[in-house]
Design a protein around this ligand. Structure first.
Ligand code: SF4
Length: 467
């Protein structure tokens, strides 16, 4: 019988069925960072346990790291304290750490694939919701909480129920100015922020096949925003080409052997799914969120919807969102003024994202009164962008060029919204308070759309600037 990647990878990692009915699942790769690991380390210290597989555990520093100056000690004393803890825990337990001196530091979901740690057919866990990102390479990757970080540190296993599987087919050719971010926002808009609860999402179809690995990473990254803890694509030649030569990928003959095994893990033609949905990629337009969850979005040419048009169950949230955002239903989302433009995060801070945004910024100026920043997802992305002169393009346009980190994706470092500011953001969450101000307002969109909003000073259709 034809099998899915989910079935094959699950079976390959299943240790046993627990009395709870959950699976004890072996985790091939554990990625940790400074925010969700300190308590977990404390718990295993108290229990007198070692880290079971330190060579399958890798650490980076991303959430709290400042992006304007990374000189130590950080002026943010909490950031400094968390960094010191992570360094000590990694030293004590023998875990490799990609610190600021390594040249490999960056957002955990950017550096895993970039270094070739993320590989097809493996299981991955990380104490961050957006771990689903790694599924783009054909891995099963789970975002976990602090107590599960403890479990994985101590046992390299997770107790977890196997999800159902929904295949999401994205067919057709994306129009110019429509990016992977628009695809995933459109998917979440249609299926809802809870539509994927209990499911893994398998993305397939001609549009996915045509995507670069970086575009695929953007799609899988936001699976969790649609409720699906896991999102993945079957590995193919794009995956293998991406991995070839990366520092932690198998090299030489071992790479060829790995490719053969990776191919064998792909979903087979004729495999069955618990559910299937299809999207016409050719019919999509650039998307913008108007509310307080990533499902509340419209095409840039559309109006902010009226709560009366909401599904019954969503009506209250729509009203709450409009009230929080101070937006009027029926008004076009286009021309909404912005105060801040943020290009960054594990969703959209890879080199192709920066190239797309730079294409818009080149030869233009950030609108007066707009605070605009570009934060590369990793030191390697920063280096590549600087080698291409993208940093100069952004700086000449009036953007602030920063150092790698999570930055304004969340309010855990110095980069924060102030008061009621409206931020055009390439990140993944527009929850109330997410960007550091309890009253700040976030409009999610693609990096190119953020660049367009930065220079226009308002939400604008990037397609007009690409002509
Ligand atoms: S960029 Fe945002 S979503 Fe991604 S790991 Fe950092 S805080 Fe989490």
């Amino acid at each position: 019988m034809a099998e899915t990647l989910l079935d094959k990878v699950w079976r390959a990692h299943e240790v046993r069925t627990l009395p709870s009915g959950q699976t004890q699942l072996f985790i091939g790769l554990h990625l940790i960072h400074e925010v969700t690991s300190p308590q977990a380390f404390q718990m295993i210290r108290e229990a007198g346990l070692p880290v079971r597989f330190p060579d399958r555990t890798f650490a980076t520093i991303d959430h709290i790291v400042p992006t304007a100056s990374q000189l130590r000690p950080f002026t943010d004393t909490l950031a400094e304290e968390m960094t010191v803890h992570l360094v000590r825990n990694c030293e004590d337990f023998g875990i490799p750490l990609f610190d600021l001196e390594s040249g490999r530091q960056g957002i955990v979901h950017i550096i895993g694939p970039e270094l070739g740690l993320t590989q097809p057919g493996i299981t991955i866990a990380c104490g961050d919701s957006h771990t689903s990102t790694h599924g783009a390479l054909g891995a099963l990757a789970f975002g976990i909480g602090t107590s599960q970080v403890r479990d994985v540190l101590a046992t390299q296993c997770l107790a977890i129920a196997k999800p159902k599987l929904r295949q999401i087919l994205i067919e057709g050719k994306l129009p110019a100015g429509v990016y992977a971010k628009d695809v995933i926002l459109a998917i979440i808009q249609r299926l809802g922020v809870k539509g994927g609860v209990g499911y893994a999402y398998e993305y397939a179809g001609s549009a996915v096949e045509a995507m670069s690995m970086e575009e695929r990473l953007t799609i899988c990254n936001m699976s969790i925003e649609g409720g699906a803890r896991v999102g993945y694509m079957s590995p193919d030649e794009t995956t293998f080409d991406y991995l070839k030569g990366r520092p932690f990928a198998p090299q030489g003959e071992a790479f060829e052997r790995a490719v053969a095994w990776w191919k064998s893990m792909a979903t087979e033609p004729g495999a069955s799914f618990d559910d299937m949905v299809e999207f016409d990629g050719g019919a999509l337009q650039p998307m913008v969120t108007w509310g307080i969850n990533p499902g509340q979005s419209v095409g840039v040419g559309d109006d902010i919807p009226h709560p009366a048009d909401a599904p019954e169950a969503d009506r209250d949230t729509w009203e709450e969102a409009l009230s929080f955002m101070s937006f009027e239903p029926g008004r076009p989302i286009e021309a909404t003024p912005i105060d801040v433009a943020f290009i960054g995060s594990c969703t959209n801070a890879r080199i192709s994202d920066l190239r797309a945004a730079a294409e818009v910024a080149r030869g233009r100026k950030v609108a007066e009164g707009v605070r605009a920043l570009v934060v590369p997802g990793s030191q390697a992305v920063a280096k590549a962008a600087e080698a291409e002169g993208l940093d100069e393009v952004f700086k000449e346009a009036g953007f602030d060029w920063r150092m790698a980190g999570c930055s304004m994706c969340l309010g855990m470092n110095e980069d924060k919204l102030k008061g009621r500011e409206v931020c055009a953001s390439s990140s993944n969450r527009n929850f109330k308070g997410r960007q550091g101000s309890p009253t700040g307002r976030t409009l999610l969109m693609s990096p190119a759309m953020v660049a367009a909003a930065a220079v226009a000073g308002e939400v604008t259709d990037v397609r007009e600037m690409l002509r």
